[in-house]
Design a protein around this ligand. Structure first.
Ligand code: ASP
Ligand code: MG
Length: 447
């Protein structure tokens, strides 16, 4: 069985939905679990209507909901779907109207209400997909809330893996005895009392990974609007290429240091079961995309991707102020309490402490001013440049280290270089104006 997750842009309109149909046809002969997001922009609009319903007048509230319903009905009409599908959309639309009326009457929007309202986005998109695919293929719709069981805080619930596994195997898996494709929702689930919950924004990747893991799928394909994970940001480096296969750790470092395609933590449940995850482009199905596995490409070596995160702020506190790890954590805590910010990286450099914050200097300056005034700290705004590979702690590491240092030093008089924080990443703080050049030179070395 293959689990396929379609992101918001992959189901954003009739054109995109038709693409999904042709992908399903290309994969005929396979059993496919389709996990879909809401059409792009819908979740955000639903959440905003939910909170605005507290103060919106009836007319405006109803108009905004009607616009959402209309967007979906328009897609149905453009696809020439049967009236039955339109009726189902209207039924969900009617629920949406009453949930929001409830918020308006009570004058409060709870997390539970937000979850119920946000879930309509995925219900809409999967109803349309089922209608479309159903006229060509053997398809069934499945309500993910029946088997994706969650606990804890609404809006960002934890998944109860055992229950989800049990129910998915009891209720979802047997559907494949009668059909080839099951269409279900990402992002949504339900708690012990069967109330609707959600897994947090962007949660559909996580849903796909969980369904993949509990159903022991052969593979998971995350269909999105780019052709995989690239060796650099193509807007900065036009000859960036897509990396065909990488390890979970490489993907994780790329996202930590700034890549946006996929949040790799969300696919961890699948990788823990050794299920490969492919990231592919819905609109360019002939592109191979990127395959992420636990081990990655074991033959790959050297630098494979470069990335910049900017602006970041660097706070370096001298040893007189902090002398050991204990005070390091205290300092971090103190700064967190003051600013609400957590450092993305904290290191000991010589005998001082270096903290990198993922924000511009104006956001942190006032909280460290007192340290700076006492001459105990230096702060600055930089770009954080990282080169990532499968593993630098192997035989060719020396060459990689040397090249990285050379390029950084050629461009920057006094860079701050970190090596060895992670086994597969080299990182340097440089002046933002040099970032682009450095990225280009480093990228030329990528294998
Ligand atoms: N529709 C949800 C969101 O926009 C979940 C997802 O797309 O992954 O956050
Ligand atoms: Mg996403």
């Amino acid at each position: 069985m293959i689990v396929m997750k379609f992101g918001g842009t992959s189901v954003q309109d009739a054109f995109a939905m038709r693409n999904v149909l042709s992908i399903a046809q290309e994969f005929s002969g396979h059993k496919i679990l389709m996990v879909s997001s809401a059409c792009s922009g819908i979740t955000s609009e639903l959440l905003s209507i939910a909170s605005d319903s507290v103060c919106l007048n009836d007319e405006d509230r109803i108009r905004r909901i009607q616009e959402i319903i209309k967007r979906h009905i328009d897609i149905c009409n453009e696809l020439g779907l049967e009236q039955g599908t339109v009726l189902q959309i209207e039924e969900i639309g009617a629920h949406l109207l009453s949930y929001c009326e409830g918020i308006a009457l009570l004058g409060e929007c709870t997390n539970r209400s937000q979850d119920a309202i946000a879930s309509c986005g995925e219900l809409f998109s999967t109803i349309i997909l089922t209608g479309l695919l159903g006229s060509h293929l053997n398809v069934q719709w499945f309500d993910a809330r029946k088997s994706m069981k969650t606990f804890d805080s609404p809006s960002k619930s934890q998944v109860h893996m055992e229950q989800t596994s049990l129910l998915s195997n009891q209720l979802l898996k047997p559907l494949f005895e009668q059909c080839d494709i099951v269409v279900t929702q990402g992002f949504i689930g339900s708690d012990d009392d069967n109330r609707t919950t959600t897994l947090g924004r962007g949660g559909s990747d996580y849903s796909a990974a969980i369904f993949g893991a509990v159903l022991e799928a052969d593979e998971i394909i995350i269909w999105t609007d780019v052709s995989g994970i690239a060796s650099a940001d193509p807007r900065v480096i036009p000859n960036a290429r897509y990396i065909e296969s990488m390890s979970f750790d490489e993907a994780r470092m790329l996202s930590f240091f700034g890549a946006k395609v996929l949040h790799p933590e969300t696919i961890l449940p699948a990788l823990q079961k050794d299920i490969p995850v492919h990231v592919r482009n819905t609109f360019k199905t002939s592109d191979r995309g990127t395959t992420i596995t636990r081990m990655g490409d074991e033959l790959a070596s050297g630098m494979r991707s470069v990335i910049a995160r900017k602006p970041v702020s660097f706070v370096q506190v001298r040893a007189s102020q902090v002398s050991n790890e204990h005070s390091m954590s205290e300092l971090i805590k103190e700064l967190e309490q003051l600013s609400g910010l957590k450092p993305m990286i904290s290191v000991m450099i010589d005998s001082s402490i270096g903290l990198i914050y993922d924000v511009s200097i104006s956001k942190i300056e006032e909280y460290v001013k007192h340290l700076e005034e006492d001459n105990n700290a230096e702060i600055g705004e930089y770009a954080l440049i990282s080169a990532i590979g499968p593993n630098f702690r192997n035989f060719n590491s020396k060459k990689v280290f040397t090249k990285f240092h050379e390029i950084i030093h050629e461009n920057e008089e006094s860079p701050i270089i970190f090596s060895g924080i992670q086994k597969n990443t080299l990182t340097a703080l440089v002046n933002s104006v040099h970032a682009e050049n450095i990225l280009k030179e480093l990228h030329a070395l990528c294998t």
